[in-house]
Write a protein that binds this ligand. Structure first.
Ligand code: G6Q
Length: 544
């Protein structure tokens, strides 16, 4: 049995250290060490991290390095890269790093090198993407496909949506991309209402090919297509699948020649760079897609080989644990100052919260410390005009990740300097605040001073890169993936299962017939659920 986390000497030392550091303001830390702003930084693969505005000292980092040692972080990391079945509750390996390994790499799973298979699928995706992009893939009525609709949910949707938005600059603007995830019919309707069936291709993305939402939308899509195309044979030209379940794919009527596979060892939320990224590849083209994979891989290598004191995922993971467990912080705000990253916070929510929202350790013990924080955010500067108030002056401590670029892909006038000045100003104001003395010197009326005072001492990281490219996106995602890994490994939890999500997949199924049956059903839920079902039945639209 592993030593419980709170009994590790480094954890105990961090507890004592945290209570001493809580009394120190960031103003003091900066005054004590004028080089702090340059010293507490790290850079890897073109991603620069300034972590100086955190309530830490060299001692904090030293203790986290000791915690990594006592937690066996290095061995855990090696086990993941080696393909050990570290997802113990599902008895699965966790090998998303193999999805972006170069052709000549050797990563063995069950005694077999998986890299050639990964590249075979990539080549098949590339051939398909090229046909579509060049207008050679024709629909059933011989018209070229112009619209691509990805149907998937969770890990089979959030990554593709985020990547499409993030890399729009690189996308083929003659093609239209839509994403349908919700089982709410409105999602399908609004995504397809202005599309022509003859020019529309659906990618049904589902690892299991059994997910209720996706299969419902897939059947609706088939009916919608055949409503105009009539012949069942049209399905082969207008539907492709991304899945691990060939049997269900062919049952649906999709030719398995048009199926792009992936593997059991790819978790849903770690799958955007598997065949689940087919829509991304069609949008940006195979060369850009490969550049994105190379970006992922370079961050994988940085994580795997760099000592932890210079290791970006480690530093970010340690900071997340620091506030979550020693400062009672409940959340982390992710604030990308780049419009292309508008879906990045939503993507990170799944990556972080589905991975580390766990309350038992790998040994099955209930934890006596906090695990995964809540991730949330919006692109800057929009958030500044709404929730930043609470971050600056509320009663909650919210560490922030600011993400910015040196160059804009759309350099218009002064826009980019204005945008970036906000990144620096916000991080500065959060850390240093505004004192009563400063306000007095500005002749602010006495009674207003408490309202206008900013306590400061609010921590943030600033991440900077040159400009948004497919490779940069890959690096950023891998950075967060591995930071999540660091946190989960130290918390001794299984970051790769999702029993809470599985529950949702079975619960609704029980209630569906109770909503739809013509006969009044004998309800056996609690009194609230029974009453809600009765009320819904009384008011629902009768089936035609
Ligand atoms: C991800 C989760 C979950 C999953 C969806 C879709 O890690 O397991 O978000 O991706 O439930 O599952 P399918 O791809 O099997 O449809």
């Amino acid at each position: 049995m592993t030593t419980p986390l709170k009994q590790l000497p480094a954890w105990k030392a961090l507890e004592a250290h945290a209570s001493s550091i809580k009394a120190t303001h960031l103003r003091q830390l900066f005054a004590d060490d004028p080089s702090r702003g340059e010293r507490l930084t790290a850079e890897a693969e073109g991603i620069f991290l300034d972590y100086s505005k955190h309530r830490i000292t060299d001692e904090t980092l030293k203790l986290f390095l000791q915690l990594a040692e006592e937690s066996g972080l290095r061995e855990k990391l090696d086990a993941m890269f080696r393909g050990d079945k570290i997802n113990i509750t599902e008895n699965r390996a966790v090998l998303h790093v193999a999805l972006r390994a170069p052709k000549d790499a050797v990563i063995e799973f069950d005694g077999k090198n998986v890299v050639p298979e990964v590249h075979a699928v990539l080549d098949k995706m590339a051939a398909f993407a090229d046909q579509l992009r060049s207008g050679k893939w024709l629909g059933y009525t011989e018209k070229p496909i112009r619209n691509i609709v990805n149907i998937g949910i969770g890990g089979s949707d959030l990554g593709p949506v985020m990547a499409y938005e993030a890399l729009r600059h690189y996308s083929d603007r003659d093609l239209t991309f839509r994403f349908v995830s919700n089982v709410d019919g409105t999602d399908f309707h609004e995504a397809t209402r202005d599309l022509d069936q003859e020019e529309t291709l659906f990618i049904i993305s589902s690892k299991t090919f059994t997910t209720l939402e996706t299969m419902t939308n897939a059947h609706t899509a088939r009916a919608w297509s055949l409503g105009k195309l009539k012949e069942h044979a049209a399905v082969a030209r207008h539907f492709v699948a991304v899945s691990t379940n060939a049997q269900e794919v062919s049952k649906f009527g999709i030719d398995t020649a048009n199926m792009f596979g992936f593997w059991d060892w790819v978790g849903g939320r770690y799958s955007m760079d598997s065949a689940i990224g087919l829509s991304t590849m069609i949008a940006i083209g195979p060369d850009h897609y490969r550049a994105m994979l190379a970006g992922f891989h370079s961050m994988d290598e940085h994580f795997r080989t760099t000592p932890f004191d210079k290791n970006l995922p480690f530093l970010m993971g340690a900071l997340a644990i620091w506030y979550n467990d020693f400062f009672d912080a409940q959340t982390v705000a992710v604030l990308p100052y780049d419009q292309y990253l508008k879906r990045f916070p939503a993507y990170l929510q799944q990556l972080t919260m589905e991975s580390n929202g766990k309350h038992v350790t790998l040994d099955g013990r209930v934890v006596d410390y906090q695990t995964g924080p809540i991730f949330w955010g919006e692109p800057g500067t929009n958030g500044q005009h709404s929730f930043y108030q609470l971050i600056h002056q509320g009663t909650k401590l919210i560490p922030c990740d600011f993400i910015g670029f040196f160059k804009s892909l759309n350099p218009i006038g002064r826009h980019h300097d204005l945008l970036m000045s906000n990144v620096f100003a916000q991080a500065e104001a959060l850390a240093f605040g505004k004192t009563a003395e400063e306000l007095k010197a500005e002749n602010v009326a006495d009674w207003l001073i408490p309202h206008k005072t900013f306590e400061g001492n609010r921590p943030s990281s600033v991440l900077l890169a040159d400009h948004m490219t497919p490779a940069t996106l890959g690096k950023l995602i891998a950075l967060y993936e591995h930071s999540v890994f660091v946190q989960g490994a130290i918390w001794q939890i299984d970051s790769f299962d999702q029993w809470g999500v599985e529950l949702g997949k079975v619960l609704a199924v029980r209630i569906i017939p109770e909503l739809e049956s013509a006969e009044e059903p004998a309800l056996k839920h609690d009194s609230s659920t029974n009453a809600l079902i009765r009320k819904y039945r009384a008011h629902r639209r009768p089936t035609a």
